[in-house]
Design a protein around this ligand. Sequence first.
Ligand SMILES: Nc1ncnc2c1ncn2[C@@H]1O[C@H](COP(=O)(O)OP(=O)(O)OP(=O)(O)O)[C@@H](O)[C@H]1O
Ligand SMILES: [Mg+2]
Length: 314
Amino acid sequence: MSNTTDWAIHTDQLTKNFGQQVAVGDLSLSVPRGSVFGFLGPNGSGKTTTIRMLLGLASASSGSITVLGHEIPQHLEQALPKVGALVEGPAFYPYLSGYKNLLRMDAADRFSDAPSRHGRVQAALARVGLTNAAEKKAGNYSLGMKQRLGLANALLKPRDLLILDEPTNGLDPQGTREVRNLIRSLAGEGITIFLSSHLLSEIEQLCSDVAVMSEGKLVAHGSLDDLRSQADTRLVVEVDDTARAITLLAAHNIVDPIVADHTITATVPPSIDQAAINQALVAQGIRVNKLVVEQPSLEDYFVGLTGEGFEVAR
Ligand SMILES: Nc1ncnc2c1ncn2[C@@H]1O[C@H](COP(=O)(O)OP(=O)(O)OP(=O)(O)O)[C@@H](O)[C@H]1O
Ligand SMILES: [Mg+2]
């Protein structure tokens, strides 16, 4: 696909600086239409900043954006009616009920149809499981209920694209499951869904495609299957004579080993013939105490890409 209109979201070298800090740097992203696309990255990696630019809520320092084929921010007005969004900390009137908040939100949207308003608000509340709490003041909603109300707001009208920033943030396990099911059913209707998360497990359960951010940079982009196949397969062998084993492994095109005591670890192709390697070592009189091929989890790979540690990068 070469034309930017073929993509639900397309960015080219999108950059956002806050003073000296590059919050998003040279981000080139292509989100296929009809996909459930995961935007994954640890806290502070630039997800919300990117989403705010996609929605015209923040201006880019440089680079370009198209959403549903419309240039942003130049043609925001054409794109927005077809885009539902949930962005970090949605703002509601605390003294109004959830129901009244949605009525107001819809009324403030000049593209929306007034006669159908009441029905659409009711339907959106039902869809996110807030019917019973519809008359309660939004200010008294729990975090998860506020999140649901934000989702309901995104669903007030038929959409081609939903942009959801951490949609399950603050939800209990039950609520998380419900929102996940809701996202699946929306995807089943053909709506493109772009959702951010700092949780790999969330993305794995929902998404076909993924972009991984680290410190404002894109570090991986593609289908989850592609990503899985990029995670290195490793051979781990424990032998009595590591020097001779390394020579033999090299003869089998297994190079750049890491040696610790009697254990050798090396990256190998996933198609490696474990038994043949074992046999070759033993045939040379090398004693093999252990020989395993490890397929690291996507989690290991993700941590490898984004770095580990409790401290945020900056
Ligand atoms: N208005 C702002 N002024 C200055 N710095 C900002 C501003 N907004 C965001 N940043 C910085 O940009 C970086 C990226 O923030 P962003 O909110 O996009 O991260 P995130 O990936 O959404 O993180 P989280 O998972 O915690 O929501 C952070 O270092 C943040 O401090
Ligand atoms: Mg965020």
